[in-house]
Design a protein around this ligand. Structure first.
Ligand code: SAM
Length: 447
């Protein structure tokens, strides 16, 4: 180890920054963010530097850098000179800043680029709110030490606090929930009871595993059990921890499936038993996903739950098919709507048929005739562009494009070409014309 990493308390202390330009500004900002009183100099005299806690030099000119370094040494103040490790008493590490939690990376001054690359990797590993865990631990420190006498039980409490349900709530931004859960765990530890687990209602996105959020990917690695929809593809389930229990609770048209009440009861049962459960849902859990019902069931049982958003089918399919859902030249509004109630009269279809308005219709392919009829009745033009995106973002994605008047035939072509169709999203509006431009062969196929 060439340098000893130390964390310097600069709160209220004077730090001198010599030089102008970006490197000097950056050092001044860093020192100020650690609470230092920053003084800036173009050139530094020994008298000016005396009594400072540290000096940063970044003039960009070797002669002036050396002069400032000598002044700092004569004033007996530790000095750092930007990009000149040989002139520096200490070096500035690459920093991953998560509030009270700070990671500093050094390559001994050999390669700032290597440090930057490493920092990038650590940034993706450390959730943004990681510092909240330090705050949570600080809040419970005195209580836990006073109430849990047995050292092994105390260690288990601390481990669970920073790596268990309370931590997950804090990382998700639910600080009140985190404190409530930690209090419950403290009480369980004191009474030597097994603590309960936690449920995460997680969006798996539209199917491409690379479109999982970082948090979803982390939780798949932490879960004891994953209760997943039938729509979640194998490629995503493979991202789960190897010994996680995978339970398909999928509801797919025409196939027997778990009733919603049974899924909720199963979530409650497993969390009560202490498991970390991921309820993995296609797309986003709060977009036609019944995620809120599961959250309510867990809350009603007094159990901790977090919600992790996912890329909903409309966003995934639109990006993948090259269709902007809004585009100031063609559409200034977008509505996500389900096609399943097109056969009835309850949807606000008339308000959806306006020009300049994009519709993303979920579960609409099997109701294509009713969807077309409702929109035409509401005044939409039969020539309005439409696109159907099947298995969006997945290797077997298929896009067809055409006109609203033809929607039933376009939808039928999806089924007849394959025997069975995958999940499909219908996009209606001027913007859908871009799918035809990008995939002309699919238009030719059906017209
Ligand atoms: C019960 S909804 C669930 C929606 C999901 N929560 C979301 O945010 O995407 C199921 C419908 O979503 C749409 N869908 C989901 N994944 C899709 C995909 N990869 N491609 C096209 N449509 C998809 C289909 O309309 C499917 O019938």
């Amino acid at each position: 180890m060439k340098h000893l990493p130390l964390f310097f308390d600069l709160g209220g202390r004077r730090v001198a920054v010599v030089g102008t330009g970006l490197a000097a500004d950056r050092r001044a900002e860093l020192a100020a963010s650690a609470g230092a009183v920053v003084q800036r100099f173009d050139t530094a005299s020994v008298a000016a530097l005396k009594g400072a806690a540290a000096v940063f030099v970044a003039t960009g000119d070797l002669e002036r850098d050396t002069e400032a370094q000598r002044a700092a040494q004569a004033a007996a103040v530790p000095v750092n000179v930007a990009d000149r490790p040989a002139l520096s008493d200490f070096i500035l590490p690459a920093i991953v800043d998560r509030g009270e939690v700070v990671v500093a990376i050094s390559t001994g001054g050999a390669s700032p680029t290597l440090a930057t690359v490493l920092r990038g990797r650590i940034e993706t590993l450390l959730p943004e709110r990681f510092g909240a865990l330090a705050q949570l631990a600080r809040t419970f420190r005195a209580q836990a030490n006073a109430l849990i006498a047995e050292p092994a039980a105390r260690r288990a409490f601390w481990r669970r606090l920073v790596d268990g349900p309370a931590a997950r709530l804090a990382l998700g931004g639910d600080e009140a929930g985190a404190r409530r859960t930690a209090l419950g765990e403290l009480d369980s530890a004191r009474r030597r009871l097994a603590p309960s687990g936690i449920a995460h209602i997680v969006g798996a996105g539209p199917g491409d595993p690379d479109l999982l959020t970082l948090r979803a990917a982390q939780l798949l690695q932490e879960a004891d059990a994953i209760l997943h929809d039938a729509l979640v593809p194998e490629a995503i389930l493979r991202r789960a921890r190897r010994d996680a229990e995978l339970v398909s609770v999928g509801k797919r048209k025409g196939r027997p499936s778990w009733a919603q009440a049974d899924i909720e009861a199963e979530l409650v049962r497993r969390v009560r038993a202490g498991q970390t459960v991921v309820r993995l849902k296609a797309g986003d859990p709060f977009v036609f996903g019944r995620g809120a019902e599961e959250v309510d069931a867990l809350r009603a049982a007094g159990l901790p739950v977090t919600v992790v958003p996912g890329i909903t089918a409309a966003l995934g399919c639109a990006a993948s098919a090259g269709i902007p859902l809004t585009d100031r030249r063609h559409a200034s509004a977008v509505t996500f709507v389900t096609g399943t109630n097109a056969a009835g009269q309850d949807a606000a279809w008339p308000s959806l048929a306006a020009r300049g308005h994009t519709l993303a219709i979920y579960m609409g392919a099997s109701e294509a005739a009713a969807v077309r009829d409702r929109l035409l009745e509401a005044g939409a033009a039969p020539a309005t562009p439409v696109a159907i995106v099947e298995n969006g973002t997945q290797p077997d994605e298929r896009v067809t494009a055409g006109r609203l008047g033809d929607l039933p035939r376009l939808a039928a072509a999806h089924v007849s070409a394959r025997g069975a169709s995958g999940p499909s999203l219908i996009i209606v509006g001027e913007v859908a014309a871009r799918a035809a431009a990008l995939a002309p062969q699919s238009l030719a196929e059906v017209s």
